[in-house]
Write a protein that binds this ligand. Sequence first.
Ligand SMILES: [Zn+2]
Length: 187
Amino acid sequence: MGGPPEGAGPHCGPGYHGGVLKYLTAYSPTLQAKVQTLVDEGRLAEVLRARYGGVHDVRSDAALYDYTLELKNRHLRNASPVSKVAYDNKLKVIQHALGTHTTVSRVQGTKLKAKREIRIASLFRQTPPEFLKMIVVHELAHLKEREHDKAFYALCEHMEPAYHQIEFDLRMYLTQLDLSDEPVFTA
Ligand SMILES: [Zn+2]
């Protein structure tokens, strides 16, 4: 009941967009069909584990701050300063591409100074290092580019050449997390 009719193609039917591939709707029907096959065969977690190893050790907010600042200093030295970086367990996973960047205005003496804060969804605390780097790169790129446009993604790729592949794999990972409570990656 409520699912796509028998024999419907993978990219039509009401069950599709709100279904297990909700994280992958921006990709081509061909790619989505490939992932759907992995889901149907119960092989998604296995494919992810074959592509990525263990989890990173950037566990605390302090470690995350250092990690983020190191990347910023290497690639975006002149961008606005970042005042705070933290894991946030209240962050809805896919809301604004998985992280948030906010500008907090504080009066310092007589001049108003904009400080940037970066929050990373807590699920990234226990992922392969590639996923963490991808999301931090995404948030850092927003220091310079507000919109998700060409310039934005060029900056992401400058910091992480495999950005697009990793984002796709991360979305497969999120798909798997919705399907099963079993951890995909372990320390
Ligand atoms: Zn974004």
